[in-house]
Each structure stands twice: as C-alpha cells, then as structure tokens.
Design a protein. Sequence first.
Length: 132
Amino acid sequence: MLLNSEEVSVDFGALLLRLTASGTLLWNHGIVKLMKFGELSSSFYDPIGVGHAVSLVLILFAEVFCAILVLLGLWTRLSSIPPIIGMAVAAFLANGGKPFAQQELAFLYMMAFIAIFFIGSGRYSLDRLSFR
C-alpha cells in the first residue's frame, strides 16, 4: 500500500527527511552548542560582525528552535530558512578555505533543508493538522 500510492510515498518521504535532518541537527549540533554556550560565547565564529555571543544565539535559533519546528512540521517552509542560511555560512564561510570533506556535513544539511523548503511538511505534520 505504501509503495502503491505516490501521494503517501511523497508524504512519508517528507516526514522521514524532516525527522532525520532536523532531529540530527538538533541533537548532534544544536543541543551540544546550547550545553556549551558559556565556553563558546566568547570565541564562536562571527561572520557578520555582530559579536561572538550574538552569532552563537543566531545559530542556536536555527539549530534548536527552527529544527524543532521543522521536526514537528510546523511553519515548515519558513522554519527551514534559518538552518539553510546557518549551514551555508558553516559550509562556505566558516569552512570555506578547507577541503570539501570538512564542508560536507554542513553542505548536506543545507541541501536537506533546501529540499524540505521546496517539498513542504507533507501530510504527516502539525501544519496539515492545524491549517486544514
């Protein structure tokens, strides 16, 4: 049944993509940075010159708050924009002069969130339940 219905397959694929991309970004990066906020706030990469702590807060917004919204499928397209920007900065500015192997993870996250932006939340999301 799952493979026979294109609509169900697309919605299930969107769910898996949302859960995987936002769940791993949240757990492996956002929570880690949140727990180390004190030690990172004075030395975090500051690409736009707003200060180390403000840059850290901005990436935490993308990696924690927005990742949770994408995970739940709430305001999914809008919520995917900060992680896209954050991962673009990580891939092309923070790791810009390094070998692609060091840019790869941020690049893959960026591409996953770009796909989520275009696909949307799918049927299995709070967007569909709340905005019917």
